[in-house]
Design a protein around this ligand. Sequence first.
Ligand SMILES: Cc1cc2nc3c(=O)[nH]c(=O)nc-3n(C[C@H](O)[C@H](O)[C@H](O)COP(=O)(O)OP(=O)(O)OC[C@H]3O[C@@H](n4cnc5c(N)ncnc54)[C@H](O)[C@@H]3O)c2cc1C
Length: 501
Amino acid sequence: MTANTYDYLIIGGGTAGAVIAARLAEDPSLRVALLEAGPSDERDARVLPVRSWMALLGTELDFDYIIEPQARGNSAIRHSRARVLGGCSSHNSCIAFRAPDGDLQRWQAEGAAGWGAADCAPFFERVFERVHLEGIPDANRLNRALLEAGVQAGLPRLSFANDASFGEGVGLFRVNVKAGIRQSSSVAYLHPLHSLPPNLHVLTDTTVTRILLDDDNRAIGVESSRGILRAEREVILCAGAFDSPKLLLLSGIGPAAHLAEMDIPVRVDLPGVGEHLLDHPEGVVVWESSRPIPDPIVQLWEVGLFARTGIDPDPLPDLMCHFGLMPFTWHTEPAGYPTAEWGFSLTPNVCRARSEGTVRLASVDPTAPPRIDFRYFTDPDNYDERVMVEGVKAARRIAAQPALEEWIVRELAPGQSVQSDAEISAYVRATANTVYHPAGTCKIGADSDSLAVVDSALRVRGVAGLRVADASVFPSMTTVNPSMTVFMIGERCAALVRGEG
Ligand SMILES: Cc1cc2nc3c(=O)[nH]c(=O)nc-3n(C[C@H](O)[C@H](O)[C@H](O)COP(=O)(O)OP(=O)(O)OC[C@H]3O[C@@H](n4cnc5c(N)ncnc54)[C@H](O)[C@@H]3O)c2cc1C
């Protein structure tokens, strides 16, 4: 292979990027390079055991982005984004759901032609042939008490095994974990690195700073910390929901007014780049436990609860809670709420939150973090806030059931003094976190959608030879945790590139 010249350059060796690289390199005639800003995850004991995922937050393997001051949300939220091979699939808690059919039908209706449930099903199957999933064992006594409390509160017990369609209920998560080791995209698709085919170059510690376009607006390569690398066929951008729009903007592809403000020559005026930033905002109710949290523990957040609040007419649940085998007080303690040595938490989140934010450049310096403004809780009907208030009430209803009585000493946050909807809302907005699911900033959409960044084949509008494939292409948020859907997008992108799409 000519040094620095490939058929395909894939920017970002994360969740989707690693899948795409492995799949494209199955054709020995293609020269593929996977460019990853961070180091390899192979044999890294900080990364591979899923149990220690929370210890990775804020480390050198995390871009650890701050967000803009929020008018109605918590400005202290830090957005973890992994900087390591496997991307956030090397960082996350490995809760594994495929997007429910209803979400994908909505994507199709929103203009993502060919991304309906039946279209995506074979690509989920490809993922699950490669990525081992297993259920959290029904072995922890506190998890069991929570599950029983959910049933006592009237929720059905779910297995989450057939998660293409489901409604309300409570169950133990399935996780992409095998014997305690995360089955990230790098583990499942790239390891062991020494046995990769010779036509696939995995270039770690390689930061891309710009996508290079020729005079006809064809992507012909990238500028990187390793110098210029050339792509004879395509550049595929997989840097995630913050860094993919950032790289497009640095390359002159984005809203003309913002590019002008940054003194970047406009190559393609694409108004949707960095718009439509979505997330799952998350509140928390924390209790002091009467006794130490029992073993066994897989990854601390092992039970999920889905409910319909009645606010959203969609048949899918609009409220999800994760149950944490820990007092999750990151944002409640700084706000003055007490903590305890032993505790546990329920974290209500809005499954299809409607507030939308932006990703913009803070500087033309490619090493500068982007300006990330989620505008949490700013949707016009206060939908997000209303679902969240119902979520706190639902969490309290669960805690009031007999199965949890022997476990609970007291509610640490928000505490019994917080009762009215207005009080609950103020508490939740001040202490909210994120479930770390940013998406939507380069969304798929129809030609008629002025904010669509990529077409249904993931091709960037107005540029030849450039696709985006990662969580940024979500037309709208999945009801569930998104990583398996991002794996699916990787499989789908590889098939589209090969013309099999
Ligand atoms: C702490 C945490 C917990 C989570 N828990 C879960 C969970 O349990 N279940 C679930 O479904 N989802 C979870 N998620 C979300 C899920 O992991 C992400 O939505 C998904 O992995 C995103 O994949 P991606 O391909 O879009 O981006 P990423 O996986 O983030 O990949 C982007 C890659 O691009 C690289 N990169 C960025 N900029 C550059 C550049 N300029 N040059 C070269 N490389 C670059 C990055 O280093 C990274 O490797 C969690 C996320 C986090 C952060």
